[in-house]
Write a new protein. Structure first.
Length: 237
């Protein structure tokens, strides 16, 4: 088992089957239905390849495609995903992320992580960290990387706006990515297809599978909102 924290996700949009796997939990989304597992998955990294295995649930291989997106404390890749989920063959795209610096929750109120995998050469990876006792989402530190043509491009200024439901869970989101030297931002819009809330180490995580439309491309990804358990629900941002 790697000493680094690994998070893997797959998005089989053709069959409306998606999932995420990390040390603390596995979520399987089928349409709007979600299933969680009581057993933790076995996540490994062997060179450039990642695997996720859980008897009777997952047996997947993740092969990174192109350059990685480096964000504060983490690194992510677009991946080709093959294997099976609950006995069904899977051949789709997904993502792999490795966290080298865990969030310092003593200094944070909230953490948002977004992935939008559009095709084998295009994706967006974004993280937003809200400092403890911040006045609102405007005080978040937002970092993003655009994968274009398989190359990782630094985003000069990234903005993530989110509409939440009455329970504080993310429903729709908008992206603005300001690239160096460009007069106008590259824009995207996403909507939740399914979601679930779990608790991991004293933090509530609202995990959702999103459909994304960015710059004429349509894809899928994950939008996760992590909140300290003693926090109030977020307002629309």
């Amino acid at each position: 088992m790697s000493e680094l924290a690994i998070s893997l996700a797959f998005f089989d949009t053709a069959h409306r089957l998606s999932g995420t796997a990390r040390a603390g939990a596995t979520l399987i989304f089928e349409g709007q239905q979600v299933r969680t597992t009581s057993e933790p998955p076995d996540l490994e990294r062997d060179g450039d390849r990642f695997t996720a295995r859980l008897r009777g649930v997952l047996d997947l291989v993740f092969e990174p495609l192109g350059e990685s997106a480096v964000l504060p404390g983490s690194e992510s890749w677009i991946c080709a995903v093959t294997g099976d989920v609950e006995g069904r063959a899977v051949d789709c795209l997904g993502s792999a992320s490795v966290t080298s610096e865990p969030p310092a929750w003593a200094q944070l109120d909230a953490l948002r992580a977004v992935s939008a995998v559009l095709d084998r050469e295009h994706a967006v990876f974004l993280s937003a960290r809200r400092p403890r006792d911040a006045g609102g989402h405007g005080e978040e530190r937002v970092d993003a990387v655009l994968i274009s043509g398989g190359e990782a491009l630094a985003v000069e200024d990234a903005r993530l706006s989110t509409i939440y439901d009455s329970d504080g869970r993310q429903r729709t989101a908008g992206l603005e990515l300001w690239m160096p030297g460009e007069e106008y931002p590259r824009r995207g819009h996403g909507s939740a297809q399914a979601g679930a809330s779990i608790e991991l180490g004293g933090v509530r995580v609202d995990a959702a599978v999103f459909e994304w439309q960015i710059e004429g491309r349509t894809g899928a990804g994950a939008y996760e909102l992590a909140l300290r358990q003693d926090d109030n629900e977020p307002a629309a941002a």
